[in-house]
Write a protein that binds this ligand. Structure first.
Ligand SMILES: Cc1cc2nc3c(=O)[nH]c(=O)nc-3n(C[C@H](O)[C@H](O)[C@H](O)COP(=O)(O)OP(=O)(O)OC[C@H]3O[C@@H](n4cnc5c(N)ncnc54)[C@H](O)[C@@H]3O)c2cc1C
Length: 546
């Protein structure tokens, strides 16, 4: 053993307390993320490695904790009593924004002219969601907005500002800034699921139509990132619910008729300012035709939903990394926790959950990269709501089980686990709740019944070799003919069968077979750790940061 090896050797920790997980590379150590980049976007390896090196960097982790602890504050009056509309953030929030936007987490898919742009960006977002969920919100919204802004010629300069790999927090007109950010303001008091019931109105100043100027009046009950440079919103016009674009500041530098009434005091995601706002003659540009607002917003929801599916897999990954780190270091009853016979099945089960979620999220990202292929377009259309539904719901249980697997130390605020736990339920709410995802799957199957075929075609060859998967497939084929009666059950079955087929193709056999035996067989659940008779050390090893 050299001196260097000896230095690197893990040493016993006094009192059996576990040091922070630091220094690992979240990309190079992750078997799923590295396989995605190696197979589908090898050109992105350097970027992913660079961001992966920051995920467990103690300075970045401290920024993520500080930003959650010192929450944004609304300032409505300046020292002289004049009305202003400012949100003060802790410097840690700006550090995180600079790192995320500076790494291209929001824009890589739109700026690179090489195959695999969405897959590569998904890997960056998966890494970023291991750092911080609050800044993942503006990053995801920027990702989703760029194609919408590009579709309306008047907004091309904004699309360019949003695609920049950089962050400029100055609250000045965009023409004076090096980079931009965006918010999506859609939800009103009566509810966020039914946008057609919105009461905010937009009236044309002169001519009606795409690219023309309108004045917006009304409110939004949830409006995250109010300090963004611009916003996409929906409002009623003569032609129906329409999509509009608003800059935060008018060209003369004045505020654009948008008042922040209050910041929400939230369960988690606390570094991200989420507000209630009012529009008073706010100047806006109509995006697309009047009456097409829901369609326009849904076209970008495809990307936010993908981002949340991948982001929730990233949050699972962060929690899992913490669980494995702790369980490898701490001993009880004379052995590392990870080796204890009732604990090993719990950890293995968490590895299976993460592996399934990560493979599913990245599969949807790959479909996004192949939109010229009809079958891949259908895969993306069907599996986006499936993955958003499944990954974003499963993550909450994972963060709870991870806290259980670590014990009391994970319940203390200096640990990252409380942050993960509070963050976990959110992705399942915004950009469409679980029921909205289930209804969307039903809508696809009703309008485009063929959408399920490429998904089934991908599962079938694997099902021929795995009887439990064959049973699941037969059930799916029967249920898609009447999806409304069994909606959630069907969506869950599609998620599990797709994950199983992906794992058989892309993960070690021991992982794939354990996934199938547990998720599609009997004797699994409720909760984690009820697996029996499997090679737990091998499964756990797949989840360790290599
Ligand atoms: C932290 C945070 C930040 C947010 N930021 C933003 C933001 O920046 N911009 C923005 O526009 N919104 C934002 N939202 C709002 C979010 O998008 C909405 O909360 C979400 O769309 C759901 O709307 P709702 O809460 O009004 O619930 P509702 O629409 O009232 O739904 C309540 C429940 O009823 C179910 N439901 C509704 N309709 C049906 C139906 N037809 N069939 C079956 N079930 C149904 C839903 O699934 C849900 O379970 C944010 C929310 C949170 C928590």
């Amino acid at each position: 053993m050299t001196l260097v090896d000896d230095f690197a050797r893990p040493r016993p920790v006094p009192d059996n307390l576990v040091p922070d997980l630091t220094g690992a590379n979240a990309f190079t150590g992750d078997r799923v993320a590295t396989a995605v980049v190696d197979r589908h976007a090898p050109w992105a390896r350097g970027r992913a490695e660079a961001l992966g090196a920051r995920v467990w960097d103690p300075r970045v982790l401290k920024a993520a904790r500080d930003a959650q602890r010192h929450t944004p504050e609304l300032r409505t009056l300046d020292r002289l009593g004049r009305e202003v509309c400012d949100v003060d953030f802790h410097p840690a929030y700006h550090e995180l924004m600079a790192l995320g936007f500076g790494s291209g987490v929001h824009s890589l898919a739109w700026t690179v002219d090489r195959p695999g742009g969405h897959a590569a960006r998904a890997v960056l977002s998966y890494l970023w969601n291991q750092v911080d969920g609050s800044t993942a919100c503006p990053l995801g919204m920027a990702y989703a907005s760029i194609p919408v802004l590009r579709s309306q010629p008047e907004l091309a300069p904004w699309a360019r500002a949003l695609a920049v790999e950089g962050y400029d927090p100055a609250d000045v007109p965009i023409t004076e800034k090096s980079a931009g950010t965006i918010g999506y303001f859609m939800t009103e008091k009566h509810g966020g699921s039914d946008l057609r019931a919105n009461v905010t109105v937009a009236r044309p100043v002169g001519r009606r139509g795409p690219g023309e100027t309108y004045l917006v009046n009304g409110h939004k009950w949830f409006a995250s990132v109010p300090m963004a440079d611009c916003y996409l919103t929906v409002a009623q016009t003569e032609g129906g619910v329409s999509c509009l674009f608003l800059p935060r500041r008018r060209a003369d530098g004045g505020l654009n008729g948008i008042t922040v009434k209050r910041l929400k005091d939230k369960l988690g995601n606390r570094a991200n300012a989420s507000s209630e706002i009012e529009y008073h003659d706010a100047e806006a540009v109509l995006v697309g035709e009047e009456g097409q607002g829901v369609r326009t917003i849904l076209s970008s929801a495809e990307y936010t939903r993908l981002d949340f599916a991948v982001g929730s897999a990233g949050l699972m990954r962060a929690a899992l990394s913490q669980a494995l780190h702790h369980n490898d270091h701490r001993t009880a009853f004379g052995a590392p926790l990870a080796a204890l016979p009732i604990q090993a099945p719990v950890l293995a089960d968490l590895v299976l959950e993460w592996a399934g979620a990560a493979h599913l999220g990245f599969r949807v990202a790959r479909a996004e990269d192949a939109h010229d292929d009809v079958a891949e377009r259908l895969v993306s259309r069907l599996l986006t709501p499936v993955a958003k539904f499944w990954n974003c719901r499963r993550v909450a249980g994972v963060t709870e089980e991870v806290i259980q697997s670590i014990g009391g130390n994970a319940y203390i605020e200096e640990h990252d686990c409380p942050r993960y736990y509070r963050e976990a339920p959110l992705n399942a709410i915004w950009e469409g709740t679980s029921n909205m995802m289930v209804m969307d799957v039903g809508r696809v199957l009703a309008r485009e019944p063929k959408a399920v075929e490429p998904v089934i075609d991908e599962i079938r060859p694997v099902a021929d070799e795995h009887p439990l998967l064959a049973d699941a497939l037969a059930e799916i084929e029967e249920l898609v003919t009447a999806p409304e009666d069994t909606a959630r059950y069907l969506v869950a079955k599609i998620a599990l069968a797709t994950q199983a087929a992906l794992l058989v193709r892309e993960a070690p056999t021991v992982v794939a077979e354990a996934f199938i035996a547990s998720r599609l067989g009997s004797g699994w659940g409720p909760g984690y750790g009820t697996l029996r008779g499997l090679d737990f050390p091998a499964i756990i090893d797949y989840g360790r940061l290599a």
